[in-house]
Every structure is written in C-alpha cells, then in structure tokens.
Design a protein around this ligand. Structure first.
Ligand code: NAP
Length: 198
C-alpha cells in the first residue's frame, strides 16, 4: 500500500498507555492517515537521560501495545541515533525514506508543544510537517506561541486523563494500573519490576 499521509507519534512512552493509543487511532481517522509510526525518543531534548526508563523497555512496551493494530508501527529511529532526540532529524529521516512523497503529521502532547519555540530548528520543522497536539480536557492552550498556534491542529482526547506519570506513581504506591494500559504492558512492567522506585 502506498503511504501518502503518515502520522509520527513522538513521545517518551514511559510507559505507553491507552491515552496514547486512543490518540493515535483518533488522529489516524481524523487526518486520514495511512499509517501511524510510534517513535519513542532516546533522550528527550529537554530531560536528563537518567530521569527515564531504559530505552529498550520503552521500545518493547510500545511494540507490545501496538501489535494488534495493522496501521500502527514502532520505529527505533531515535533510539538508534546517539545524542538528544531532535524531532527535525526524525521528520527529515522519514521524508527521505518515503522520497518526499508523504505529508507528515507530527503528533504529540499539547504540553510538549507549549515549549516548541525552544525546540531545535522549530521554525524549519513546522514547515516540514503538520503538528497535531493532543490535549487533556480542560488544558489551556492559549499559552501556545502565536506563530505556532495557527499551524497546530488540536485534538481534545478524554482518554488523556490517563498519564504516564500517574501510572508510574501508582506502581510505586502499589495501586492498580489495570485497564489504564494494555494487559501485555501491565504484565511487562511487573515482570521487569519497572517503576518500583523512581
Ligand atoms: P513527554 O514528556 O513524553 O510528554 C509531554 C506531555 O505530552 C505529557 O503530558 C505526555 O503525557 C504527553 N504526550 C507525550 N507524547 C504524547 C503523544 N504521542 N500523544 C499524546 N500525548 C502525549 O514528551 P516530551 O519530552 O515533551 O516530548 C514529546 C515529543 O516532542 C517527543 O517526540 C520529543 O522528541 C519531541 N520534542 C522534541 C524537541 C526537539 O526537537 N528539540 C524538544 C522537546 C520535545 P504522558 O506523560 O502521559 O505521555
């Protein structure tokens, strides 16, 4: 199948949860995407590497979570690239892979886009792809920088009341995470003992 409209789901995915999966599916339908590629970042440009879980664990849970959707794929492109994960490098890599014949939709959390002004080569990036900001209900997007605001499509996602931070906290406090993420991901978290201390 030829790919003309490609979604890139960028995030830390520590861990991936139903809010992310619902966001990707909603974006796929709303923007008529042929495929959505989840791209876990190796080293988020604004975070320290030791604040987040091992890249291999984050990659594996993302594969487990997405395997039953034929339109979803997971890429190691940022995990294999040393240094900070700049979205512009990723978008350029996918444009090259598809010989510049695709329109790219870069999907991530609205709070991440609030800082887009400080992203590496952000003004060039916004010319190369369509930004799609997924937001939690009640989140104030008026703070978005004006020059980016007009180029960002906003999707309000009720399922994003689920958050990775909350899931990590729940595991640490011995609370249930059942139904917040796919069962395979829950099992992996317990098997590997993730988030017990953080
Ligand atoms: P993050 O800590 O994973 O996410 C920030 C917020 O957005 C969190 O509330 C998060 O919720 C939510 N979120 C993250 N990914 C999402 C997704 N795909 N769909 C829906 N909600 C999502 O991420 P970050 O470090 O800000 O980075 C987000 C993306 O922006 C990554 O792809 C990163 O590489 C890119 N970025 C690029 C640059 C740059 O190029 N210089 C700088 C900063 C960020 P959860 O915690 O529940 O996931």
């Amino acid at each position: 199948m030829s790919i003309k409209r490609l979604g890139i789901m960028g995030g830390v995915f520590d861990p991936i949860h139903c809010g992310h999966l619902f966001t990707a599916e909603e974006a796929r339908i709303e923007f008529k995407l042929d495929k959505v590629i989840f791209v876990p970042c190796r080293q988020p440009a604004h975070k320290r590497e030791n604040d987040i879980s091992d890249p291999e664990d984050r990659y594996l849970v993302t594969v487990l979570a997405t395997s039953n959707n034929q339109f979803f794929k997971v890429s190691k492109v940022e995990l294999n690239r040393p240094g900070p994960s700049y979205s512009i490098d990723t978008v350029k890599e996918f444009l090259k892979k598809y010989h510049h014949g695709v329109k790219i939709f870069f999907i991530t959390g609205a709070d991440a886009f609030l800082e887009v002004d400080s992203w590496y080569k952000s003004e060039e990036l916004i010319k190369l792809c369509q930004f799609v900001a997924a937001t939690r209900p009640g989140y104030d997007l008026n703070k978005l920088d004006k020059k980016f605001k007009k180029n960002i499509k906003i999707m309000e996602i009720p399922a994003l009341s689920i958050s990775s931070t909350d899931i990590r906290r729940r595991v640490r406090e011995g609370k249930s995470i059942k139904y917040l993420l796919p069962q395979e991901v829950e099992e992996y978290i317990y098997k590997k003992g993730l988030y017990r201390k953080m």
